[in-house]
Ligand binder design. Structure first.
Ligand SMILES: [Zn+2]
Length: 149
């Protein structure tokens, strides 16, 4: 049997579907990464709300143990919806790994190495998570690792 392509949801349905998706994935990865003691909220934003060429970011308050993750809004992705959701999940995992490293020393010099290392870790975690999924999803997550966030 040939692999089935998932039907594309209508444009107006994508926002609510993407919101539901990230709200399910955030607690899942937060718990897997043992970050349950953090209060984390998630916002979808348009490119104007992000640094140029980035797909997301995280700001945290280590004393309050609170953090806000910004992810690129689903409507700003120009790819199939399934790949959009995969990439949004990649951003969530990437930003949560930043939170995992909060207590470690950080410098401007190590920043870009840290970004690369986090992309590799997020990619590995997601490939493991999606090992029963289609090859397409794996490819999508691998190419996602080349973007900054
Ligand atoms: Zn990053």
């Amino acid at each position: 049997m040939a692999p089935q392509t998932k039907p594309e949801p209508e444009l107006r349905e994508r926002g609510p579907l993407a919101d539901k998706f990230v709200r399910e994935k955030l607690p899942l990865w937060q718990s897997r990464l043992k970050l349950e003691d953090w209060k984390i909220s998630i916002l979808s934003v348009h490119p104007s709300g992000l640094r140029a060429q980035t797909m997301g970011n995280i700001h945290w308050d280590a004393d309050k143990k609170s953090a806000v993750i910004r992810v690129l809004d689903a409507s700003d992705y120009h790819m199939p919806f399934h790949a959009t959701l995969n990439d949004m999940e990649f951003t969530i995992v990437h930003e949560l790994i930043h939170l995992e490293l909060v207590s470690l020393p950080r410098s401007e010099a190590s920043r870009s190495d840290e970004e690369h290392a986090i992309n590799h870790l997020a990619d590995a975690l997601l490939q493991f998570d999606r090992r029963d999924d289609t090859l397409g999803a794996l490819k999508a997550s691998s190419s996602a690792a080349s973007h900054e966030r």
